[in-house]
Design a protein around this ligand. Sequence first.
Ligand code: SAM
Length: 184
Amino acid sequence: MGPPKIDEIGPWSEVKLDILKRYATEYSKILSNQTKPPFFHLYIDAFAGAGFHLSKTTREMVLGSPLNALLVKPPFREYHLIDLDGDKISGLREMIGDRKDVCLHQGDCNSVLLKEVFPRVLFKDYKRGLCLLDPYGLTLNWTVIQEAGSMQSLDIFINFPIYDITLMSYITTQRESCRSTLHA
Ligand SMILES: C[S@@+](CC[C@H](N)C(=O)[O-])C[C@H]1O[C@@H](n2cnc3c(N)ncnc32)[C@H](O)[C@@H]1O
């Protein structure tokens, strides 16, 4: 265990964080104002990260998606922050402190979401959730997206790793072409 590794982020990630912050604020405002029926709204950050980053442009600290969400006013009723990296979860725990409305989960979000978090956001219970899926690469299972899409209670933001997908499809095509050449 040690201090979490801090990512350096480019301007595109700062724009992403800003869009998310503004969307989360409007989302929370609208859901908090619902009275007939009242909703219980949650924020879910499946690839939460360390909570802050270093800007490549300004060399200053930039708040990450989970801390931005915790500062949203009016607040979400419950927060679920997940990361595979134990140091990042410990760092978040140290910064956030002991809050009853925040659940920190250390583990693979592909199973944590399906087993522990999504069952807490059921449409019939008037629960609604904003779920951020922000992986580094191709570590998000499609079954999670399929389940989230079928729940009718979740708004999902997926940061689509287009570079990894293009690379994977290139590798697969090359592999197929080698296989056909070898078997010709
Ligand atoms: C791109 S960073 C998240 C940045 C964060 N959303 C933000 O904007 O501040 C991706 C994070 O996902 C975590 N991670 C990678 N695979 C994971 C998995 N299967 N389940 C949960 N977290 C994972 C990494 O440890 C890393 O902290």
